[in-house]
Design a protein around this ligand. Structure first.
Ligand SMILES: Nc1nc2c(c(=O)[nH]1)N[C@H]1C(S)=C(S)[C@@H](COP(=O)(O)O)O[C@H]1N2
Ligand SMILES: [Mo]
Length: 319
């Protein structure tokens, strides 16, 4: 039998510290081993789905403004090492996630807006100016990747929804369907997954709604058909498979905050100097590169976002 040595991106147990409350080493190892399952997962997707109706749109033109200080993570690694608790608490949820049906898919835009609407995902995607961006992604578990996302600026969604001046926050929700997502049958989790931003954060040019990755429609395990990317925040803010975008004057309570508010808060900005209650955030494991690096304030995106948090120093900005 082929003996598999630990690769660099298989995080040593003492450094790997996932969001879920009790660390499951077996699950992590299964995630690493799942690279061998790629063909199976791909086949499952081919059988259960109609061809993606937006496929012709990709690849889209790269916006060269957003550059990286590291290579893009190999697509096979990115799509085989995921956090998507709806499909299980291990990193190897890629196969289980293929059960998600992507069409029909409706996104409800409601709450404090001038233009409440329910819009089919294909109408939404075709209305929006798609571009590719290379973004870093820093999980609160102290690992990172770099991904070639495709999608559109959140600012364009704001234009479509036209929030009222009284709206302060945007609250997003993932689908809820226990018949496809076994994790959602675990009733101790606060389903559905919820995340939120202030309107000012959503309007920031970095805030990006993802519809594609690596030059094609985004995969299910990465959060198809619509997922958030806010690269200056810890990865859990990047909510997947969004079905509702609600505008409100009440600060949304996010999934991880509802589960464990002593460890996870609303802002969740990356800061290497503020440790998680159970581990350091000073460095990160670059998955796939066998490398550990110092983590940067705002994950290296200070020039875009530091201004947003002036005057909020008393708030819990770093959890
Ligand atoms: N709906 C939903 N969104 C989610 C999660 C999840 O479990 N469910 N996990 C979050 C976490 S912790 C991370 S690090 C990223 C992982 O995205 P990736 O699998 O594409 O790397 O998704 C985020 N979005
Ligand atoms: Mo994460």
């Amino acid at each position: 039998m082929h003996v598999i040595h630990r690769r660099g991106w298989e995080i040593p147990e003492r450094l790997a510290t996932p969001e879920h409350l009790f660390f499951n080493r077996r699950a992590l190892l299964a995630g690493a081993g799942a690279l061998s399952l790629v063909p199976g997962a791909a086949r499952a997707q081919r059988i259960s789905d109609v061809p993606d109706p937006t496929k012709d749109l990709y690849p889209v033109k790269r916006n060269e403004k957003f550059t990286l200080d590291r290579p893009v993570t190999d697509e096979k690694i990115n799509t085989n090492y995921n956090n998507f608790y709806e499909f299980g608490s291990s990193k190897s949820v890629g196969k289980a996630a293929q059960a998600l049906k992507l069409r029909p898919w409706t996104v409800k835009i409601d709450g404090m807006v001038e233009k409440p609407q329910e819009i089919g995902i294909d109408d939404l995607i075709r209305k929006m100016p798609l571009e590719e961006r290379l973004y870093r992604h820093r999980c609160v578990e102290a690992w990172s990747m770099a991904i070639a996302w495709s999608g559109f600026p959140f600012a364009d969604l704001l234009r479509l929804a036209a929030p009222l001046a009284s709206a302060k926050y945007v609250r997003m929700e993932t689908f809820l369907d226990t018949s496809v997502a076994p994790g959602q049958r675990q009733s101790w989790y606060p389903w559905p997954y919820v995340e939120g931003l202030t309107i000012a954060e959503a309007a920031n040019e970095l805030a990006f709604l993802v519809t594609g990755a690596y030059g094609k429609p985004v995969s299910k395990q990465q959060g198809a058909p619509l997922r958030l990317a806010v690269p200056w925040k810890y990865g859990f803010k990047s909510i997947k498979s969004i079905v509702r975008i609600n505008f409100t004057d009440e600060r949304p309570k996010s999934y991880w905050e509802a589960l464990q508010s002593s460890e996870y808060g609303f802002w969740a900005n990356v800061n290497p100097q503020v440790p998680h209650p159970r581990w350091s955030q000073a460095t990160e494991e670059l998955i796939g590169l066998n490398e550990r690096r110092p983590t940067l304030l705002f994950n290296g995106y200070s020039e875009y976002v530091a201004e947003l948090y002036k005057g909020l120093e008393k708030e819990r900005l770093w959890a």
